[in-house]
Design a protein around this ligand. Structure first.
Ligand SMILES: *Cc1c(COP(=O)(O)O)cnc(C)c1O
Length: 229
């Protein structure tokens, strides 16, 4: 179901957003980490500008979308009205959408194959725009899920640098729904440390506090803010 078709109360979305911020703050503090060490990406996929506006009005500026075309429909108008927006692509990226993705996104979290790395490298050069890049790791090795196999991650990150001149800043994962996410978060964290990268994007509405416990630097929260999709 798409909540866009349902009546909604903007103040309710704002309240839920503030509640999530509070929980993030407490989880971060528990580890004596700085509040700024965890970036909350508000995942606004399927929600329109009217739903997003209450969160913008609270001063939030970091959002995630999983489809390039949907982001292009929604975000240029909002960018004109709100300064300092940071848009993250968290869904699969097809090579034929790379031009638009580089133009519209500040961070692409789903780099997962050489063909995409090659297309990104040439677009980045052409546009002179450098979105932050994360490699998606398929920690559950699920056939239907995008991402690089854990055992191939080191080689792929090295290939991105050597062959394509791309700087990968970190890793992202979406654990299998059926699993306890903890082992996936730990696997991603140890890969990240081994490769000496900065960003660790993991944790969603149901498990972002656990992800913070395991060192997440970027969490992606959708339904707990905007409602069910
Ligand atoms: C939709 C989505 C999220 C947000 O999921 P919620 O459970 O609604 O918080 C996070 N990450 C990715 C990659 C997504 O596609």
């Amino acid at each position: 179901m798409n909540s866009n078709d349902q009546p909604f109360d903007p103040s309710f979305i704002a309240e839920r957003y503030l509640g999530i911020k509070e929980r993030v703050w407490r989880a971060v503090q528990k580890h004596g980490r700085d509040a700024a060490s965890v970036k909350l990406v508000a995942v606004s996929k399927t929600f329109d500008a009217a739903h997003i506006k209450p969160v913008l009005d609270e001063g939030h500026r970091v959002f995630g979308e999983n489809r390039v075309q949907e982001a292009i429909r929604k975000w240029p108008a909002l960018r004109n009205r709100f300064e300092g927006l940071e848009l993250h692509l968290i869904g699969p990226l097809q090579s034929n959408k790379v031009r638009e993705a580089v133009a519209h996104f500040d961070c692409i979290q789903t780099l997962d194959r050489p063909k995409l790395a090659s297309a990104l490298a040439s677009e980045i050069q052409k546009q002179g725009k450098h979105p932050r890049l994360l490699v998606q790791v398929n920690t559950g090795e699920e056939a239907q899920k995008a991402g690089v196999a854990p055992s191939k991650t080191e080689e792929f990150v090295a290939q991105c640098a050597k062959e394509f001149g791309l700087t990968v800043s970190g890793l992202m994962c979406i654990p299998p729904a059926k699993d306890d996410a903890t082992s996936h978060f730990e696997m991603l964290r140890s890969l990240r440390s081994r490769l000496g990268l900065l960003d660790l994007s993991m944790g969603m509405s149901s498990d972002f506090e656990i992800a913070i416990d395991h060192g997440a630097t970027i969490i992606r929260v959708g339904s707990a803010i905007f409602g069910s999709r």
